[in-house]
Design a protein around this ligand. Structure first.
Ligand code: URA
Length: 434
């Protein structure tokens, strides 16, 4: 088999065989296929697409290119959750302990933030002493004991995807839907998922800017899941404005705790209940989402969701008192308020701009190596659609540096749109794809 023939076949719009796909993934991983050939192939895929069968084969080949986590010693169906990323998206911090308290084993690997998109692992480090690096044994033992562990991505998982993603980044081929879909799904499969819940974000703060793009990606991933025998559900949810009120690591942790305690923002609570209920269905604990939702609401009311988070924090080296008293989390030294510049209705709180303002403060990183400030961020006081009068507080900025605070104020003020007419309401969840 020769890579040049595989490139030509895809260039001419033909379907590749399973053997050909396995050959190119194996060859690229071991270095026998060079970057320039892989880049030509990726461009051919971007222009010609892939069939669901090819995409499924690519996913399995990439999942098998490195270490694969074996979660079979854990009882029950292991349901993983993945978000395509956004601003203020602390859903995993809520959903992981919540569904674990319902009886779904959660053995989850999460990522760090990059750019204006936050990462669960950074947020969890707001708990002093919390360890995100664990041995496989510690990880599995903890899930057996308390039902939940969230750790950083470690080991040699999906090396083919790591190489290919870096190559796509510099060859204008990131946008190829089969490549995005197989990249995400290969990581979930390598991390041991039996079933997968995908939260595909759409809007200004998301990777997918239009509903059509989000639907295409969500459908491609659900098809892959079906193809490779992992039950998969995708929800398409709004990321035109930040999720909840808080943006920034410790601030988001506090909001997640509030949500687990039943006093969280409406949108975050709704999304977490919806995603959690689907996970209970995927885990075959309930027959439908209504039953799942009811069960999760009861868990929150009984205080078991907060308790589960506290157990997880303690098991991974943190102090569970931080969960019961979030004022112990990292705190910024400076605050400022951004106020409405006119009377009217808020028509937009551009999530990308809010995300950029939080990066300016130091809550996010521009390169993988940059340190972040866990204390800083933004807490919105109003959300899209609300009526305001000139001078009303729209948001509070938390900072540790006066110059950065000023810069963030300017960025944040630019995120708002106003109208004298009431704004159209946008759905939180646009669609569920089964
Ligand atoms: N996220 C991923 O993990 N892979 C992609 O290709 C795009 C976004």
């Amino acid at each position: 088999m020769r890579m040049v023939d595989i490139i030509a076949k895809k260039r001419d719009g033909h379907e590749l065989s399973t053997d050909e796909i396995q050959f190119l993934v194996r060859g690229y991983t071991d270095g026998s296929i060079p970057d320039y050939q892989m880049a030509a192939w990726a461009m051919a895929v971007l222009l010609r697409g892939m069939t669901p069968r090819e995409t499924g084969d690519l996913t399995l080949a990439m999942a098998g290119s490195g270490e694969q986590l074996d979660l079979s010693s854990l009882p029950g169906i292991k349901v993983d959750k993945h978000s395509t990323g956004g601003v203020g998206d602390k859903t995993t911090l809520v959903v992981a302990p919540l569904v674990a308290a319902a009886g779904i084993p959660v053995a989850k690997m999460s990522g760090r933030g990059l750019g204006y998109s936050g990462g669960t692992i950074d947020k969890l480090e707001s708990f002093s002493g919390f360890q995100v690096e664990r041995t496989r044994e510690q990880f599995l033992d903890q899930v057996k004991e308390i039902g939940v562990s969230v750790i950083g991505q470690s080991g040699n998982l999906t090396p083919a995807d790591k190489k290919l993603y870096a190559l796509r980044d510099v060859t204008a081929t990131v946008e190829a839907v089969p490549l995005i879909a197989s990249s995400i799904m290969s990581k979930k499969i390598a991390a041991g998922a039996d079933a997968i819940l995908l939260d595909v974000k759409v809007g200004s703060g998301a990777f997918m800017k239009t509903l059509e793009q989000a639907e295409t990606l969500a459908s491609a991933m659900v098809k892959i899941g079906t193809q490779v025998g992992r039950k998969t559900i995708a929800v398409i949810s709004d990321m035109d404005q930040p999720l909840g009120f808080a943006v920034g690591n410790a601030l988001e942790v506090q909001e997640a705790i509030d949500t687990l305690a039943g006093r969280g923002p409406r949108d975050l609570t709704e999304l977490a209940l919806s995603i959690g209920a689907h996970m209970l269905v995927l885990g075959e604990l309930v027959k439908d989402v209504e039953e799942g939702r009811k069960r999760l609401e009861e868990i929150i009311q009984r205080g078991e969701a907060v308790e589960k988070l506290a157990q997880m924090i303690e098991a991974q080296g943190g102090d569970k008192q931080d969960v019961y008293d979030p004022s112990r989390l990292p705190r910024a030294s400076l605050t400022a308020q951004v106020t409405a510049t006119q009377d009217g209705y808020i028509t937009a709180i551009d999530a990308e701009k809010v995300g950029h303002a939080s990066v300016v403060l130091g809550a996010g990183r521009l390169t993988k190596e940059m340190p972040i400030d866990l204390a800083v961020g933004i807490v919105l006081a109003k959300k899209r659609g609300e009526q305001v009068r000139k001078g009303d507080v729209l948001a509070t900025i938390y900072a540790n540096d006066a110059a950065l605070l000023q810069q963030a104020e300017v960025e944040l003020a630019g995120a708002y749109g106003y109208s004298t007419e009431p704004a159209w309401s946008q759905p939180l969840i646009y669609k569920t794809i089964l």
